[in-house]
Write a protein that binds this ligand. Structure first.
Ligand SMILES: CC(=O)N[C@H](C=O)[C@@H](O)[C@H](O)[C@H](O)COP(=O)(O)O
Length: 232
């Protein structure tokens, strides 16, 4: 298990995700994305849904951080919210499972502590990545025994800073605790931003949209071009 975390040290992880409403949705397309990431030297892949995870594991030899986005009517938590989705992610072959570890209330009011205990009992070989949005959530996840924490949810909970840039401060504060490896994730678009995350102490950096969501990449070009045109 620790081998995977060691392999990811100073690594660059590519998140290959396309939901049903996105143009690149489909397991074979995400597997091709993962292959491309591997060819480019990525250290790991982050992927959503059992279908995508298993297609990626077939075509790519990198460690996979798996998650399963699911919405329940009684909760805003959607990243691998219950043991059912964890089980599907593990069965699909993920090396690590990413779970929402924010203070938002969970389906059936379950506590994060219970979910982590259940994962440890049922899937002792699976690493746990805690997707958090604040320093306090990161500390709680560390105390509950998560193997790594990732800043994934910063900016996506009502109680976290709503900023347009990566949350460098959060990466730095959590990494300074030197308790578990901290992954920087969310709104990282450039090499400079990526390098700054490592400087802040990130064990690894995860980039998704800037590489694998072409519609968002195109939108960024077009919006900036139009803004420049208006100026001149
Ligand atoms: C908040 C949330 O649901 N984040 C998701 C988590 O898996 C993904 O949609 C992101 O693409 C991923 O975190 C990578 O971030 P970015 O795409 O900004 O590089």
């Amino acid at each position: 298990m620790d081998d995977v975390i060691a392999r990811l040290k100073n690594g660059f992880i590519v998140s290959c995700q396309a939901l049903e409403n996105e143009p690149l949705h489909g397991a074979s397309i995400m597997a091709a994305m993962a292959r491309a990431a591997e060819e480019g030297g990525a250290a790991g892949i982050r992927a959503n849904s059992p279908a995508d995870i298993s297609a990626i594991k077939d075509k790519c030899s990198l460690p996979v951080i798996g998650l399963y986005k699911k919405h329940y009517p009684d909760s805003d938590v959607y990243i691998t919210p219950t043991i059912r989705e964890v089980s599907d992610v593990v069965s699909a072959g993920a090396d690590m499972v990413a779970i929402d570890s924010t203070f938002m209330s969970r389906p059936r009011n379950e506590k994060l502590e219970q979910l982590i205990a259940e994962i440890r009992k049922s899937f002792p070989q699976t690493l746990i990545m805690a997707d958090i949005s604040t320093f306090e959530e990161g500390v709680m996840a560390m105390e509950l025994g998560a193997d790594v924490v990732s800043t994934t949810m910063s900016g996506y909970t009502p109680h976290s800073p709503q900023i347009a840039t990566p949350d460098y401060e959060l990466v730095g504060k959590l990494a300074a605790l030197a308790r578990v490896p901290v992954f920087a994730e969310g709104r990282i678009w450039s090499l400079e931003e990526c390098l700054r995350c490592y400087q802040m102490g990130a064990h690894a950096v995860v980039v998704g949209t800037a590489i694998t969501r072409p519609q968002e990449i195109v939108k960024r070009f077009v919006t900036n071009i139009q803004a420049k045109m208006l100026e001149s």
